[in-house]
Design a protein around this ligand. Structure first.
Ligand code: NOJ
Length: 515
């Protein structure tokens, strides 16, 4: 989509949007059943707003057997009873809007749960409206090629292609190059009917008050696509055109990870993720990430990908760098509070809309060795209940048995303690977000230019610019002094560790400087 994003209606709110990701089951349990709920999320909107976020992304909250934490949808139009009702969702939207906040919900267009009504009908031997809603091979003896299948559970002959876990049958958007009779083209009536069904789901939630979607596995709807995903790009251009004509103020962010492609497909934003190009991992998760005391990282590994992505998407969409999410180890793994402040100095001063994963703002830890809950497997350790207060149940629940165990360490961070401590991570994040909000140069669309970014060297220094305002961000996560060939001077708006002196930065320090 070549349209300049600044002309899109949602630009007005995306220009200063800061998102907070809510994992509904782990955020706030108000009815005491050990699992979070929408009433709890609503009660915590003020907290999110005071933190400095003006938008949220809510992970799937639909009716589901929860074999993949809700990414296995049983009914797209019904809130899971454990979270509340559709009325609660409506109230949540209204309460958020009343506070000037926006809400993106998770759209899972790629697959459903096996017990979705569509799939049940699709399994029947008789030809019906849903026979081709999913991808079925012609015979139980023919597999799905590069895709795994679900077989032997239907009266109908054939195997059903699955997307992620084997209980998540893939919805049928067609094949880019159909070479078997059962592979339908993307413009076949059945594939187009799936597309219409997704639009219908989108309409349903947008009418109820949602401001858009985070889209799950967006690049993989049309199967066997060519390199660069041209067929999936065309599909999303169609869905963006639909949004533009009916809900122009709404926005979409993709789980795609290649902004050049997703933004061409009409997404307003794409995530920089822990899979795909090594940009995110080189910062936070490779063997020697840049953001680490050991100081063995290489910022150019990040910049090579990022700068190219930024150039190819400029004026068209945003690249969003998340603090983490429900699929990856917590940012705090292997980092102390000061390290985390330096990470946040970066995350909250880069272009694009930042996404803060619940609990990262207090440095919640990745819990090692937890037994899988709801298909979380090694992701379970990043999904433990929010730690609001230092008391039994952490102020998350009154139940003695939370659905995922709590952080049992005696120094588990809490909101309550960090609110009182002026040097806490929570207060550092709040201060950074206040600085971001007050300076146009730091908002989503401000320009970005690296000033010092040398292979395998520290620090990393960059400038953000907008309308004549210039802000320099200097980051030295390494536990040793570092210097640049120019002076780091100006008004310090925020810093951690010792402030820069001349051209030198102290070990483990960061500063945001107004020029
Ligand atoms: C990506 C989601 O973030 C993840 O949690 C889920 O398991 C898969 N997609 C499958 O929907």
């Amino acid at each position: 989509m070549s349209k300049n994003i600044k002309k899109a209606k949602c630009y007005e709110w995306l220009r200063d949007a800061v998102f907070y990701e809510i994992y509904p089951q782990s955020f706030q349990d108000l009815n005491g059943d050990g699992i979070g709920d929408i009433a709890g999320m609503t009660a915590r909107l003020d907290y999110i707003k005071e933190l400095g976020c003006n938008a949220v992304w809510v992970n799937p909250w639909y009716d589901s057997p929860f074999g993949d934490a809700g990414y296995d949808v049983r009914d797209y139009k019904k809130i899971a009873p454990r979270y509340g009702t559709n009325e609660d969702a409506k109230r949540f939207f209204a309460e958020a809007h009343g506070r000037g906040m926006r809400v993106l919900i998770d759209l899972v267009p790629g697959h459903t749960a096996v017990d979705h009504e569509w799939f049940k009908a699709s399994m029947r031997a008789d030809k019906n409206e849903y026979s081709d809603r999913y991808i079925w091979t012609d015979s139980i003896w023919e597999g799905g090629g590069e895709y795994a299948t679900l077989r032997g559970i239907s009266d109908r002959d054939g195997c059903a292609v699955v997307n992620f876990f084997s209980h998540q049958p893939a919805l049928n958007y067609g094949y880019a190059h159909p070479d078997r009779p059962w592979k339908l083209p993307p413009d076949s009536p059945a594939a187009l009917a799936t597309r219409e069904a997704v639009k219908d789901v989108m309409r349903f939630w947008l009418d109820l008050g949602a401001d858009g979607f985070r889209v799950d596995m967006a690049a993989s709807l049309i199967k066997e696509d060519d390199l660069g995903h041209p067929a999936n790009i065309r599909l999303w251009q169609d869905l963006r055109a639909f949004l533009e004509s009916e809900y122009p103020h709404c926005a979409m962010v993709s789980e795609w990870g290649v902004p050049k492609e997703s933004i061409a497909g009409g997404f307003h934003m794409d995530f920089m993720l822990h899979f795909g190009p090594p940009a995110y991992t080189s910062l936070f998760r490779s063997e020697h990430p840049f953001f680490s005391k050991e100081g063995k990282g290489d910022i150019t590994a990040f910049l090579d990908t990022y700068s190219a992505d930024l150039a190819s998407t400029e004026g068209k969409g945003l690249i969003c760098i998340p603090s983490g999410n429900h699929d990856m180890p917590r940012l705090a793994r292997g980092r102390d509070m000061r390290d985390l402040k330096i990470c946040f100095a970066f995350l909250l001063t880069m272009p694009g809309a930042p996404f803060i994963y619940y609990g990262d703002e207090i440095g919640m830890r990745y819990l090692e060795g937890l037994t899988s809950v709801e298909g979380g497997y090694d992701r379970t350790g990043s999904r433990s209940p929010m730690q609001w207060e230092k008391r039994t149940g952490f102020g998350f629940t009154s139940s003695a048995t939370p659905y995922i165990p709590f952080d049992k360490s005696t120094d588990a961070p809490t909101v309550e303690e960090q609110e009182k401590d002026e040097n806490s991570l929570l207060n550092a994040v709040k201060a950074l977000l206040a600085v971001r909000k007050a300076h146009k140069a730091l908002l989503s669309f401000g320009e970005f230019e690296p000033l010092y970014a040398e292979k395998e060297k520290y620090p990393f220094v960059y400038e953000r610019r907008a309308e004549g305002e210039r802000i320099v961000v200097a980051l030295n996560p390494a536990e040793r002094e570092a210097e640049v060939p120019f002076l780091l001077e100006g008004e310090i708006l925020w810093n951690v560790g010792e402030a820069p002196k001349g051209n030198k930065m102290a070990p483990c320090s960061a500063a945001v400087i107004l020029k």
